[in-house]
Design a protein around this ligand. Structure first.
Ligand SMILES: Cc1cc2nc3c(=O)[nH]c(=O)nc-3n(C[C@H](O)[C@H](O)[C@H](O)COP(=O)(O)OP(=O)(O)OC[C@H]3O[C@@H](n4cnc5c(N)ncnc54)[C@H](O)[C@@H]3O)c2cc1C
Length: 346
């Protein structure tokens, strides 16, 4: 089939990879640069953490998350199939550590309670750690007397995935970048068997979905700062559970850490604000003094597309399929959503 994919963010790329492998003729249309994306996927932390995220999302999204967790290794293998010169994408499953600063210890206890309530059958994956147990797991967290360890969760290098998928897709599909769809895609309907709309926050106000009070697409701004230091050897993603909003500090290859993610109910991709920088950077410095001399490599903002009911959605109207609303869980739920989409269209 001849298929147009609009938007080369996370969902667009995952869809393209699968469809190329099943032998379809793919054209990917992207508003910005395909090779140097400026989208939520590029800003994000690449956490695939179904249990830790369960307190921030719906049961449906959590279920998609568990499914995707098992699909990711397969997806990374498929990248290799499409691109023999493919470089490995960092994918680590050594779990998540949640901590709170001493003055907010009750936040950590509440978080653990919420986790246990959400998924009681997975209680054995959630472990409260004290003193030496914290240090045994993460030696550089010695200033924390308690932590919650959530086993097996994954951390993927989003930037490596975006670079690798760009290389792989380019070899097998037509890419049109700096091309923005206006309206709902109906002008492409005649030329293609299917049009898959993966515009993320770019589809807000495009009225591609049947809108109800619960099912209106909106967006939430998120910011992240990438820092580099060889003075910090934390191995696992750390969630700092706070009263105001949680902060994650996520180790990536090459001594890079992603520090994020604010949630601001306002549109706009303008640069990271002073307030957000202070919030994020104070947290990393309080976590580990080795961050004091870290180099700030990038401070970026993006828009997460989200429906009011917080569930993602796939809608088919004639030969247009819209897949959207992955909110702050695109890496978590993306592969399972794309699997669902493909069951419906091929
Ligand atoms: C700070 C932050 C941290 C995050 N951390 C995580 C995390 O750790 N784990 C996780 O699971 N999720 C995380 N997310 C969420 C995740 O990044 C998103 O859910 C995911 O990127 C959504 O994928 P998407 O393809 O729908 O949208 P995007 O990745 O935003 O891609 C949409 C694409 O469509 C293009 N586009 C827009 N309009 C048009 C148009 N008119 N025509 C053509 N193309 C268009 C855009 O340029 C873009 O390339 C985070 C998000 C942010 C902002």
């Amino acid at each position: 089939m001849k298929i147009a994919i609009i938007g080369a963010g996370l969902v667009g790329r995952l869809s393209a990879l699968k469809l190329i492998l099943s032998g379809h003729d793919i054209t990917l249309l992207e508003a910005h640069s395909f090779d140097h994306p400026h989208n939520a996927a590029a800003v994000s932390a690449g956490l695939i953490a179904p249990l830790s995220e369960s307190v921030h999302t719906t049961p449906e999204m959590t279920e998609l998350g568990f499914r995707s967790y098992h699909l990711w290794p397969k997806t990374l293998n498929e990248l290799r199939e499409l691109d023999p010169l493919h470089e490995n994408v960092f994918f680590d499953t050594s779990g998540t550590v949640a901590i709170s600063f001493p003055e907010e210890q009750e936040c950590l206890l509440q978080y653990r309670e919420q986790l246990n309530l959400r998924l009681p059958h997975l209680k054995s994956n959630i472990q409260m750690l004290y003193n030496d147990e914290v240090v045994e797991l993460e030696p550089e967290l010695s200033r924390f007397e308690t932590a919650v360890f959530i086993a097996n969760e994954a951390n993927l290098c989003n930037q490596q995935f975006l670079a690798s998928s760009a290389r792989a897709i380019r070899q097998h599909a037509s890419i049109v970048d700096h091309w923005a769809l206006q309206g709902n895609g109906s002008e492409l309907q005649q030329q293609y068997d299917w049009v898959i709309d993966c515009r993320g926050a770019g589809a807000v106000n495009a009225h591609t979905h049947v809108e109800t009070d619960d099912h209106t697409l909106t967006s939430i701004r998120g910011e992240a700062i990438r820092v580099r230091t060889d003075r910090v050897a934390i191995r696992r993603p750390i969630r700092v559970i706070q009263k105001r909003f949680d902060i994650f500090i996520v180790p990536k290859p090459d001594n890079i850490f992603v520090v994020g993610g604010t949630e601001i109910d306002r549109q706009g991709d303008h640069a990271v604000t002073v307030r957000s920088s202070l919030d994020l950077l104070s947290a990393v410095y309080a976590l580990h003094p080795g961050f004091a001399d870290a180099e700030i490599i990038e401070a970026i903002a993006g828009q997460r597309a989200v429906f009011v009911d917080r569930n993602p959605s796939i809608e088919l109207v004639e030969n247009i399929a819209c897949i959207n609303g992955l909110s702050r869980q695109g890496w978590l739920a993306g592969p399972a959503m794309v699997e669902k989409l493909l069951h419906q269209i091929i």
